[in-house]
Design a protein around this ligand. Sequence first.
Ligand code: FCB
Length: 417
Amino acid sequence: MERDFPEDFLWGAATAAHQVEGFNVASDWWAAEEAGLLPHRSGAACRHLERFEEDFELARRYGHNAHRLSLEWARLEPRPGVFDAEAFAHYARVLAALRARGLEPIVTLQHFTLPRWLAERGGWLASDAIERFARYVAEVARALGSGIRWWLTVNEPTVLAKHGYVTGDWPPFRRGRWDLAMRVIARMIAAHESAYRVLHEILARPLVSFAHSLPWIEPCDPGRWRDRAAAALRRWFLCDSCFWLVRERGRPLLDFVAVNYYTRSIVRWRARGRALLFGVDCLDPHHGDRRRFDELGQEVWPEGLYRTLCRCARLGLPILVTENGIATTDDGLRIEHLSEHLRALARARAEGVDVRGYLYWTLFDNYEWARGFTAHFGLAALDPENGERRPRPAMELFARVARSGRLPRTEEAGEAA
Ligand code: FCB
């Protein structure tokens, strides 16, 4: 029977070290959690540090052939210039465990957390941050890099900048500092560029990108120029600035585009306060009374994935969906979300958009940053008592699609729910 996705399509889940490993004690997040600056502590998280083999086994059993993980810079370089041999040995075991199960590693080098020592010097704004990052990346490439094809240098510069420097709910807790947010984005893109060069120097033909958060952004009332302006400004700041910055002699310094897609935002102009630059989100029902939202208040809007992929295709590079998922405990809604997003993805591919893989956020419920364990993004649920991973119905559906390369039929999507 005809396939909707090719044999070599990458199917997997995405995770990040701080959210799953536990006891990330040398990081800036841990310091902030201990100091009571964040509402939730990560603590033992999901104990993935010890349970990684079991977790990869779960992924393999459910049809995954790839897995996105992050290496924790704070573990690998707990003090400036001092690299921890045991931490390197740990990640070597992690990568071997993936390979042993036929899971293609997709490796993120920095996913939101920073070593505490760097945060104390100003984080991404420290004068030597980029140089330090490049040294860390070189160590990783030499010690662990052979055989890793897919690399993500940094994760979501705009999201880190927004939470750390505008809304101020994440380290380093600065509020309303658009100027610093813009500088952080520029620094993280510069960090990406130097890591890109380091990886290409040390390794043979790596595929390097950074993971970019790409919400679909549109004006609340397309007939009002103020709404259009607010949407355009938000789109520029959150989506396009990074692509614009990463250009070198007119071409993007990327080997593929890494798309994290969750939601759309409908923007209305508001002329006062911190919202000025972004406008405000409009939840107006005239945009459809069947609008669906997840636990975090993010709208479920699969059409946005299709449009985002088509928009990214203009860069002329292969695309990997490096995150897509929903925070919910409603199994029916998760199934709907998954099947509709896969359809959107297949539609983009059928029209010639070169998407190479789909990584679901995430394998099991985990520490969702400032939301702690209150957001449920997992294909598997996490038992808070004993940490047991319990596959949700959507995980079965994911397995069927990954194994067959075929979209779920409508009745199948219903049955799994
Ligand atoms: C993304 C982050 C990821 C996770 C998901 C829900 O912005 O990259 O760590 O928190 O959102």
